[in-house]
Design a protein around this ligand. Structure first.
Ligand SMILES: *[C@@H]1O[C@H](CO)[C@@H](O)[C@H](O)[C@H]1NC(C)=O
Ligand SMILES: *[C@@H]1O[C@H](CO)[C@@H](O)[C@H](O)[C@H]1NC(C)=O
Ligand SMILES: *[C@@H]1O[C@H](CO)[C@@H](O)[C@H](O)[C@H]1NC(C)=O
Ligand SMILES: *[C@@H]1O[C@H](CO)[C@@H](O)[C@H](O)[C@H]1NC(C)=O
Ligand SMILES: *[C@@H]1O[C@H](CO)[C@@H](O)[C@H](O)[C@H]1NC(C)=O
Ligand SMILES: *[C@@H]1O[C@H](CO)[C@@H](O)[C@H](O)[C@H]1NC(C)=O
Ligand SMILES: *[C@@H]1O[C@H](CO)[C@@H](O)[C@H](O)[C@H]1NC(C)=O
Length: 468
């Protein structure tokens, strides 16, 4: 009797642990989570945020054209195959501690177009092509229609070269906050499998470079975020991104922007270049090619002390400019048509009140000048701070006029510095050689002084005797 009871209990235990715990029961999920439908019954929302869920649902509670399921903040160590469905599905699994994923996640759920796996513990090894393979058909795996993949804030440092083999439709890829130091050749190869990518985010890694191989894979890119890395120059070859509209490159030690930086980006509308910690000057023609540029953020560039004359040449569409918190002492009225700006931020600078600023202020729209905490400049006559937008033209009077603070553009400055260094080295070497030669000569001469033959030759008695 006892043995039978133990046997039954064991069977019951095994049964519950193998089938009961393997998946969340889909039919009961709505009693555990929040479910609601749109009035037209076309979209089913399931919110399972923070419900101590450990497994994927076995099936969806009911069929609906669209399903939006959120499983944030649960404890799902292994992501299992998604339940079979013909619905168009958006899945969110952020903050779930996911470490591994089963092969063929999407095999029976071809409608998943959106997958958020941000803030998990995925490593490079967890991401294999097998995970994304579709159903097998005749001789190969069918591609899956996944368009949006968020892998931000995981532990990925590299991608397998074929990881995107089954996801040719990917349009959005987020790799923010991972462990990339370089985008190596394998990673670059993987990107060549997703030529339709439109939005790519690789912000907040430790990149020191983005190679041209990577850039070349992304010809259809519209939005690129390379902020918060260790880049000291804007990646070369970006001119190939002719359809790029938005570029974010904030918080990098970039020290250099020039007429080639944005060359080729004919469609660029918005550039965010905040806090480029080493940028000192915006050179002539830097934004000359950006003919459609509408919004430019150069704020928090705390080393920026000059914008050259024709930096914005041709940027006739510029409407929003942020120049707050820089080291600019003044601005040139000629660099752009100030009257066309709709948004301008000049706060937290150390401007000197000069005729340039007065001129600019005269051109600005009333909307901009309405700013109550208007930007200030320092009046060198009195050391008082004045509001730039209320300056009067007496600042332009002779005597008050402050000579142009903007140093003359010296485009060849780096070349000049290198030449100077070279010249100095050459002079030092020349002096050194001269000293050695001189010393050697002196030693030779000194030796000759006490050398009998030498002196005999010099004072040859025959030659001296010739004259008697
Ligand atoms: C949605 O479904 C409910 C029952 O599930 C039904 O009563 C309602 O009429 C449906 N609405 C539409 C617009 O089909
Ligand atoms: C899901 O529910 C949580 C609270 O449990 C709420 O904070 C969150 O905004 C909801 N998410 C969605 C997508 O409805
Ligand atoms: C299988 O693949 C072939 C060729 O790619 C395609 O024409 C066919 O529609 C696919 N079958 C299914 C069931 O998707
Ligand atoms: C500027 O960027 C550096 C990294 O390049 C970062 O350490 C610093 O916190 C940033 N400063 C601001 C104000 O964002
Ligand atoms: C300009 O940038 C600063 C700092 O980056 C930000 O605080 C401010 O809101 C921006 N100004 C406008 C008008 O967007
Ligand atoms: C600046 O823009 C205004 C308004 O669009 C226009 O009237 C003016 O001619 C422009 N000035 C120059 C120098 O292009
Ligand atoms: C300011 O504008 C006036 C005419 O509006 C011009 O004569 C003067 O040269 C300008 N000054 C500077 C410093 O640009």
């Amino acid at each position: 009797m006892k043995i039978i009871t133990v046997f039954l209990v064991t069977i019951l235990y095994l049964w519950t642990t193998t089938s009961g715990e393997d998946f969340e029961n889909g039919k009961e999920i709505c009693s555990k989570c929040e479910c609601r439908k749109t009035p037209d019954n076309k979209t089913l929302y399931i919110n399972c945020t923070d419900r101590q869920i450990k497994h994927i649902v076995s099936d969806w509670p009911e069929n609906s054209d669209n399903i939006v399921a959120t499983f944030s903040q649960n404890e799902i160590q292994t992501l299992q195959t998604f339940p079979g469905s013909k619905s168009r599905i958006k899945l969110v699994f952020d903050h779930c501690g996911i470490e591994t994923m089963e092969p063929g996640l999407f095999e029976s759920s071809l409608g998943v177009f959106y997958l958020d796996l941000s803030y998990n513990k995925l490593t490079s090894d967890a991401l294999s092509a097998d995970v994304f393979k579709g159903p097998y058909n005749i001789s190969e795996y069918q591609p899956i229609p996944l368009e949006y993949l968020n892998l931000a804030y995981n532990q990925i440092h590299s991608l397998h070269k074929n990881v995107f083999e089954h996801t040719p439709n990917l349009k959005y890829l987020n790799l923010e906050g991972n462990d990339f130091r370089v985008l190596d050749d394998m990673t670059a190869l993987s990107f060549s499998l997703i030529p339709q990518l439109k939005i790519f985010n690789i912000a907040n890694n430790e990149l020191t470079d983005v190679s041209e191989n990577v850039i070349r894979s992304f010809r259809s890119l519209i939005e690129l975020d390379i902020s918060n890395n260790d880049l000291d120059f804007v990646p070369r070859g970006m001119g190939i991104l002719t359809s790029l509209e938005i570029l974010r490159m904030d918080n990098n030690p970039i020290y250099f922007l020039d007429d080639e930086t944005f060359l080729g980006m004919d469609d660029i509308l918005e550039i965010s270049a905040r806090n480029l910690t080493k940028l000192e000057r915006i050179k002539t023609n830097t934004f000359a090619q950006a003919k459609k540029l509408k919004k430019l953020d150069l704020s928090q560039n705390q080393m920026l002390s000059a914008i050259d004359d024709q930096a914005f040449l041709n940027s006739e569409k510029l409407r929003e400019l942020n120049l707050s918190n820089t080291r600019l002492p003044t601005l040139l009225p000629d660099i752009l048509n100030w009257s066309e700006l709709e948004v301008l931020d000049l706060n937290y600078n150390e401007f000197y009140c000069d005729c340039n600023l007065y001129n600019i202020s005269q051109q600005l729209s009333e909307d901009i000048k309405r700013d109550q905490n208007g930007p200030y400049c320092k009046d060198v006559r009195t050391s008082f701070s004045l509001e730039i937008y209320t300056l009067t033209n007496d600042i332009c009077m002779e005597g008050n006029y402050i000579p142009n603070f903007i140093p003359k553009p010296h485009t060849g400055s780096k070349l000049l510095r290198i030449s100077l260094v070279l010249l100095t080295v050459m002079i030092i070497v020349a002096v050194f050689i001269a000293a050695i030669l001189g010393f050697a000569k002196w030693r030779a001469w000194q030796r000759n002084q006490g050398y009998p033959f030498a002196s005999q030759i010099v004072y040859n008695p025959i030659t001296t005797n010739v004259h008697f």
